[in-house]
Write a protein that binds this ligand. Structure first.
Ligand code: NAP
Length: 434
């Protein structure tokens, strides 16, 4: 019997477990470990609560978790409760699928002022991540800004702009819904350091902005090149740029605006003990298409600043780390003998949920290819791991425990919402009688 430990139960972890199960069938036991008693990682804590159709992919992961060769081992923090080296002693291969949960830093003065929040924190707050349940973002000012021109920036700006009514059917957590309903924010400025042709926003996500109840998207046509210049763009990007251009025809006839400010690079955040304004430098594109400052600066008022400029994978003891890429150092997913990385921990924080699927299959193929025919694994797998955890007083949870938590969350849902998530680790454990 082969024993595999997949660390992380987000999309990359589940696709890897699925691939290993297909490759090995009954000859393998696959354990998906997570530091929380709840699975799905990015799907639960990252994907926007008003994008329930994207979250529905967890149904596919349920099938994987329920299959005979796969177990979910929750409430175990690799790196704290057990090391990667110890996992390698217990398992034939260890696959790190821990994603990229940390915010990248801007590296500008004032970034640490109260009111400046990374998107991982802000998204975690409205999605019920236990680390950010007490974030309490300042929503009492009239102006907010989101830095970055990607889909996460759009998620954050949209969530700041929606009405309570527009959250119907979502699973935004109660504390965020209440706070957002009382929010005084009327203007959300999205700062892109390059131009409309360099955005990383996709058409579906941009299209939603045209239908918000109380907010109107605003663009400045001076930021756009002549429309003929859109022709050579890749079709998805061309569609996004066309949608952006269309915003110029919108009447600013609603209570809120979402202002797209391009060629705008934040150089400092200022305020009296908290964020009040961003100093922005006007940019232009250099020969390589990067943002180059023009020296011209102006102020954008913002008492809430969300930085949505990408994420990083934290280093782990004993695992080679790529400082520049802020991910694990790997070659096609292989970090070292029997140790692999998949998903954002392998590639960096880009791509859709489905982009993670081939990673898992590639690792399964690599591993299958390196095992000599007829050799039998003799490592203890979960049995040994659980013995070790018990010695350390760590009490793992299983998939049935998650089911109980899920049932309680569904039962607690407010009208029209699929669930009311618990937002504290202790509440998860309480739901399973611990
Ligand atoms: P992203 O797509 O890489 O966008 C990051 C943005 O931040 C870029 O516009 C980048 O500009 C900007 N940026 C980086 N460093 C900066 C700095 N120092 N100053 C100012 N701007 C800076 O990352 P993301 O938005 O975090 O999304 C991560 C992945 O998840 C993406 O693949 C995204 O499509 C996906 N996602 C998908 C959905 C969905 O499908 N609904 C939702 C959320 C996320 P430059 O281009 O100039 O570097």
């Amino acid at each position: 019997m082969r024993h595999f430990a997949v660390v992380g139960s987000g999309p990359a972890g589940f696709y890897t477990a699925e691939a290993l199960e297909k490759a090995y069938g009954e000859k393998a036991r696959i354990d998906i470990l997570d530091r929380y008693p709840v699975p799905y990682g990015l799907i639960r804590f990252g994907v926007a609560p008003d994008h329930q159709s994207l979250k529905a992919v967890s149904k596919r992961y349920d099938k994987v978790a329920e299959s005979a060769g796969v177990d979910f081992i929750g409430n175990v923090c690799v790196g704290l409760d057990v090391s990667v080296a110890e996992l390698l002693e217990h398992y034939d291969a260890v696959i790190l699928a821990i994603g990229a949960p940390n915010d990248r830093k801007l590296g500008i003065p004032g970034e640490d002022l109260p009111g400046v929040i990374g998107s991982a924190q802000f998204v975690g707050w409205y999605n019920g991540h236990p680390d950010f349940a007490d974030l309490d973002p300042p929503l009492d000012g009239t102006h907010a800004a989101v830095i970055g021109a990607g889909n996460v920036a759009l998620d954050c700006a949209r969530i700041l702009s929606k009405t309570r009514h527009e959250f119907e059917g979502s699973d935004i957590v109660g504390h965020a819904l209440e706070a957002l309903e009382k929010s005084a924010i009327r203007t959300v400025t999205i700062l892109g350091r390059r131009g409309p042709h360099q955005i990383a926003m996709t058409p579906k996500e941009l299209g939603e902005l045209g239908h918000l109840e109380e907010s109107v998207p605003v663009v400045d046509m001076a930021d756009f090149p002549p429309v003929e210049a859109d022709a050579p763009l890749e079709p998805g990007l061309r569609k996004s740029v066309t949608l952006l251009r269309g915003f110029a025809d919108f009447e600013p006839n609603k209570a809120k605006t979402m202002v797209f400010d391009f060629f705008a690079r934040p150089v400092a955040i200022e305020g009296d003990g908290k964020a009040e304004r961003i100093i922005v430098e006007k940019t232009e594109l250099d020969e390589k298409g990067a943002a180059r400052g023009t020296g011209e600066t102006y102020e954008v008022p913002a008492t809430l600043v969300v930085t949505a400029i990408g994420y990083s994978t934290p280093p782990m003891e004993g695992v080679a780390y790529d400082e520049r890429g802020t991910k694990f150092l790997n070659e096609n997913g292989r970090i070292a003998d029997r140790l692999y990385a998949v998903g954002w921990a392998r590639r960096g924080p880009t791509g859709t949920i489905g982009t993670n699927r081939p990673d898992g299959y590639e690792v399964a193929d690599q591993h299958v290819a390196t095992i000599p025919a007829g050799s039998a694994g003799d490592r203890p797998g979960a049995e040994g791991l659980k013995r070790l955890l018990a010695e350390r007083g760590v009490m793992p949870t299983d998939y049935d425990d998650w089911r109980k938590i899920e049932q309680t969350e569904v039962a607690n849902a407010r009208a029209g919402s699929p669930r009311e998530k618990f937002v504290r680790h202790a509440e998860w454990l309480q739901a399973i009688g611990r």
